[in-house]
Design a protein around this ligand. Structure first.
Ligand SMILES: [Zn+2]
Length: 295
């Protein structure tokens, strides 16, 4: 299948190993992440190098995901978990890296500044190596719509990858972003957007997490997440763009869609979708046979 405009034709990996480290948003623990080059057609594989589940390895795929609030998490058959993988997956999309081994010495991918930009920069430090094999594009052949209460998500045939996202938040006007999303544009316009929390949601989540001993937002701080109270942003310096929340939701959507096995050629229209719905869309694409067969 030929690459749509703005996408690389051939697969790519890193030239050299890349690294980044930091605390996890939910566990609050430090993880060192090392990303190694991998041969063509490997895909993105996560590997646990230390601790519980040492040696566990699995391909980044929505089929390995389990439900967990506020992040995307994969679980290997031996119980090893790989948590908050979405910004890293979005970074692979941004740089069109198809093949890599992600080695982690703890459960959760570091949140860094809450956006994908530091991860993209770390990966770029390893350099990009094109590989002599075509990419596996996934061209959408028919329209699918999922709805859940007020949330909706549609995928439909389109000549390239495009997104139309609308976000409604309490105390804020509905925000909308619509357009084609080649990786270069994603890097420029979306990668910087930081994760956010609403104060009235964060405190109950922290308390609930403590009561149930679930690590939820334990690593959150004003240096790695935007914190909102009603219509105010409590971080010094405020927002990087007036619609930074919306752009972050697009970042999460693209990161989740990167768990589908290849870049999508199609248009996704979303209203307030979250990780669970994003994955449900990938499942629906498979189950409803909505892909043009690969040549
Ligand atoms: Zn996110």
């Amino acid at each position: 299948m030929t690459a749509p405009h703005g996408f690389r034709e051939s697969q790519a990996t890193l030239k050299m190993t890349a690294q980044f480290s930091g605390v996890g948003l939910h566990t609050g623990r430090t993880t060192n992440v090392t990303i190694h080059p991998a041969p063509a057609d490997t895909g993105i594989r996560f590997r646990r190098s230390k601790g519980r589940g040492q040696g566990a390895e699995l391909t980044a795929d929505w089929r390995h995901c389990i439900d967990f609030p506020r992040c995307t998490m994969m679980k290997a058959s031996d119980g090893a978990k790989f948590q908050t993988i979405e910004h890293l997956m979005a970074s692979f999309f941004a740089l069109e890296i198809d093949n890599a081994i992600v080695e982690m010495d703890a459960q959760e991918v570091p949140i860094m500044d809450g956006s994908a930009r530091p991860i993209v920069e770390a990966l770029e430090g390893g350099g990009i190596q094109e590989q002599d094999r075509p990419r596996h594009f996934r061209k959408i052949s028919k329209s699918i719509t999922l709805t859940d209460d007020r949330i909706s998500l549609t995928i439909e045939p389109h000549p390239t990858f495009a997104i139309d996202y609308s976000l409604e938040l309490p105390y804020w006007n509905t925000q909308r972003w619509s357009g084609e999303m080649p990786p270069a544009r994603f890097r420029e316009e979306i990668c910087f957007a930081r994760t956010y929390g609403i104060l009235s949601v964060i405190w109950p989540a922290l308390i609930l997490g403590k009561l149930r001993l679930i690590p939820l937002v334990r690593g959150a701080s004003l240096s790695n997440a935007l914190l909102m109270y009603k219509d105010r942003v409590l971080n010094d310096g405020g927002l990087k763009s007036p619609d930074e929340f919306l752009r972050h939701r697009i970042l999460d959507l693209v990161g989740d869609l990167a768990l589908g096995g290849g870049p999508i050629i199609g248009k996704v229209t979303a209203f307030c979708s979250n990780h669970k719905h994003n994955r449900a869309l990938l499942r629906a694409v498979e189950e409803r046979d909505a892909l043009v067969p690969a040549a």
